[in-house]
Design a protein around this ligand. Structure first.
Ligand code: AMP
Ligand code: ZN
Length: 112
């Protein structure tokens, strides 16, 4: 999608620090990390929220969790991590392309 920063990263039009990629998803470092390790897992297809899931997108997202479970321990996250989706304005979503935040590399608190 035009003007979407994550679509541009996926297309290679702007740089990113990719740590994993397959046909359906890309995982790269967040440019403004809030934890020692802060990755973003982004489906290559552009849509904004889980309200826009269809069967194909839901399957892709399910496979993404499966893949992350296998891959994240080898990326310094063997002691645990948090996966977060900010969805919509009140949750602070700033990039309108669905993405999973993967937070870890340190002990995390819990709260809003
Ligand atoms: P959200 O607020 O959930 O929409 O999260 C968007 C995230 O994308 C933020 O944590 C930003 O720091 C991150 N971000 C924005 N632009 C880039 C970029 N060019 N490369 C990597 N991360 C980015
Ligand atoms: Zn996009």
């Amino acid at each position: 999608m035009d003007n979407c920063v994550f679509c541009k990263i996926i297309a290679g039009e702007i740089p990113s620090r990719k740590v994993y990629e397959n046909e359906e998803i890309v995982v790269f470092e967040d440019i403004e990390p809030i934890t020692r390790i802060h990755l973003l897992c982004v489906p290559k297809e552009h849509y904004k929220t889980i309200a826009e899931l269809n069967e194909f997108r839901a399957e892709t997202l399910g496979r993404a969790f499966y893949t992350l479970g296998k891959v994240l321990p080898s990326l310094g996250l063997q002691d645990g991590y948090r996966i977060v989706i900010n969805q919509g304005e009140q949750a602070g979503q700033t990039v309108p392309h669905l993405h999973l935040h993967i937070l870890g590399g340190e002990k995390l608190g819990w709260g809003k």
